[in-house]
Ligand binder design. Sequence first.
Ligand code: ATP
Length: 458
Amino acid sequence: MAEQNLMEKVVALCKRRGFIYPGSEIYGGLANTWDYAPYGTLLKNNLKKSWWKTFVQSRRDMVGLDSGILLNPTVWEASGHLESFSDPLMDCKDCKERVRGDKIIEEALGVEAAAGKSLKEIAEIIKKENLKCPKCGKCNFTEARSFNLMFKTHQGVIEEESTPVYLRPETAQGIFINFKNVVQTCRQKVPFGIGQIGKAFRNEITPGNFTYRTREFEQMEIEYFVNPDDKKASKKIFEDFKKDAFNWYTETLGVKKDNLRFREHDKDELSHYSSLTMDIEYKFPFGWGELMGLADRGQFDLTQHEKFSGEKLEYQDPQTNEKYLPAVIEPSFGVERSMLTILLDAYDEEKIGDEERVVMRFAPSIAPVKVAILPLVKKPELQKVADKIFETLQENHNVEYDESGTIGKRYRRQDEIGTPYCVTVDFDGLEDGTVTIRHRDSMEQERVKIEKLEELIG
Ligand code: ATP
């Protein structure tokens, strides 16, 4: 399958089968916004649940948080976002397209060529290398200027008198400003981490590639606090998160190993707060792209918040009484990019005789629908048994009931939704309490006792 073709097929399937709809569609849309449809919502919830279970629930050294989207604006002064969370914006003088200067260089000459360059240098490189506008193909840009990515709004009823506030561009800062509260209320001792899943907003200059880069998205972030003098422990925690993140994508979510890679940031490329950053990238149809980032943020954030808030944020070790400001390791995952990865990676086509079968090979633990219950025909005797199975299984699983159309069409529909198991209720089974279970990947069918179903689907 040609790579670009794959993206088009997945976008079409998402619309056709109810995973992702274009945003505000009946009003002509709103560029680069997307609504998660019923199956997309189930998949997204399963993804977030899986992340939470792996990185928060199953660990004694982790607690969860759900902080606000609107924070005191000084938070963004302290974090450096007001001053430096910006991208180099340039306009094409010919076709008026707005572009990110660093991305134009990155795409033509590689990441290193753009890393750490000033606005002036970016404009110079583009001119010297004669890099073209992606829309009209000319090289005739304005100077590069700094464009802050934070969405600004107002708090209060009268706009002129109200305070400007920002929609958070990352969930991390909500964790840092609650560090002291968590230490005081939750009996956690350093090293420990705080995890959070929530919306973030960035006024991206060039959103696109379906849901890869959007202005509204969700992050799953951990701020993990360590003793800054214990370099050995920090290094191990960093390495463990690297491994755990990779294993979560491959073993739990079933993403193919060959489609993932690590990429360490060049020194010039590092964010202002980071001394070491490692991304996990996925081989998207448009090229390798960041899926999650793992950063060593050192003491930057807590130092800044101490300075700007005037509050002491030091931690006191209960055993040694040593006082220090913890350093931080941050794994940061994107929900939408993880979703897109799962959708692209699961998409498969195969020939069955003269027909083509499209099948989404989701890992059963995250598939939007775990089992479909399909009475062979619309007859009360079969419906009664099917209803009973539905009611039993839906206690612990997302189950779908479908009795319209031929059984073949119903199987094909479930294949495209990625349902790992279809249970068909027929007349033979009424005699001996059995049904047919059909496995999505092999299409094999077996006859099983109804009471064995729960155990079989796991
Ligand atoms: P990029 O370089 O692609 O802009 P980033 O390095 O700015 O990403 P981070 O600040 O490290 O991203 O954010 C952590 C994660 O949040 C990313 O790995 C990604 O999964 C997700 N993310 C960031 N920006 C967006 C966006 N505009 N749309 C969707 N997901 C995003």
